[in-house]
Design a protein around this ligand. Structure first.
Ligand code: ZN
Ligand code: ZN
Ligand code: ZN
Ligand code: ZN
Length: 238
């Protein structure tokens, strides 16, 4: 599987397609986004600090999101969002690492360490532009993400939800290891135990002999692809 592909994705405000880094710069000047922000600021409601977050898989950077998050929303809401769009397989624990502290469900269970904190904290109390926040989902077969606080603005949210999706990567091109056609499945056994990518088209998935790790898994647009039986749907929650 091509893990280091420079994937591109569309700006939801103007439709322009760019790389992750291109969008990080573009979103601060996008005319479409500025119009959406101005329209939101005309509406009644309380102003607050809004954060531009860039989230990516920690090692490859093939999978990424640009999000705008309300400062009054909590780490718990960000955790729910990341689970819905990318991660949730069987209700594993997760954590954000900020400074000396780890924000995790372990705190609520009373099983945490001294430096563990609860996730129900408003992000405006923690986030500062320039911060890089490691996030982990599942402390066994771990998915590691990096969350960067790119920027902030004072104003009103453009959607009623705590988090708005501003862009995400288009699915990376993954081709069948047998025939080079677009792959729809992944053999986890091939991926972990051979030099092959494990990617398979519909036809070759049907004929594939391996089942030590179960049937070939569907290809989904998520960094958790091929991990712990993750099957998607890899869709945003709202
Ligand atoms: Zn744009
Ligand atoms: Zn799982
Ligand atoms: Zn296989
Ligand atoms: Zn094939």
């Amino acid at each position: 599987m091509a893990r280091r592909q420079q994937t591109r994705g569309k700006c939801v405000y103007c439709g322009r397609e760019m790389t992750r880094g291109g969008l990080a710069r573009h979103l601060s000047t996008c005319a479409g986004r500025q119009a959406a922000v101005e329209a939101a600021d005309q509406k009644p409601g309380k102003e607050q600090t809004m954060y531009h977050l860039q989230v990516q898989d920690a090692w490859g950077g093939t999978y990424w999101l640009h999000l705008e998050m309300q400062g009054t929303a909590t780490l718990e809401e960000l955790d729910h969002y990341l689970r819905a769009i990318w991660l949730e397989c069987c209700g594993h624990l997760s954590s954000f690492s900020i400074g000396p502290y780890r924000y995790t469900q372990l705190f609520d269970d009373g099983l945490g360490m001294d430096d563990d904190r609860a996730m129900n904290v408003q992000v405006r109390r923690l986030f500062r532009p320039g911060m890089a926040i490691p996030y982990e989902y599942d402390f066994g077969t771990t998915s590691e993400l990096m969350i960067q606080v790119v920027d902030k603005r004072e104003g009103r949210p453009t959607t009623p939800h705590p988090i708005a999706l501003m862009a995400r990567n288009d699915p990376p091109e993954i081709v069948c290891m047998e025939c080079g056609q677009p792959a729809a499945y992944l053999c986890v056994e091939c991926m972990y135990e051979t030099d092959e990518s494990g990617a398979l088209c519909e036809t070759h998935a049907g004929e594939h002999p391996h089942d030590n790790y179960g049937e070939p898994m569907p290809v989904v647009n998520s960094p958790r692809i091929g991990m712990c039986g993750y099957e998607g749907p890899a869709e945003p929650p709202y």
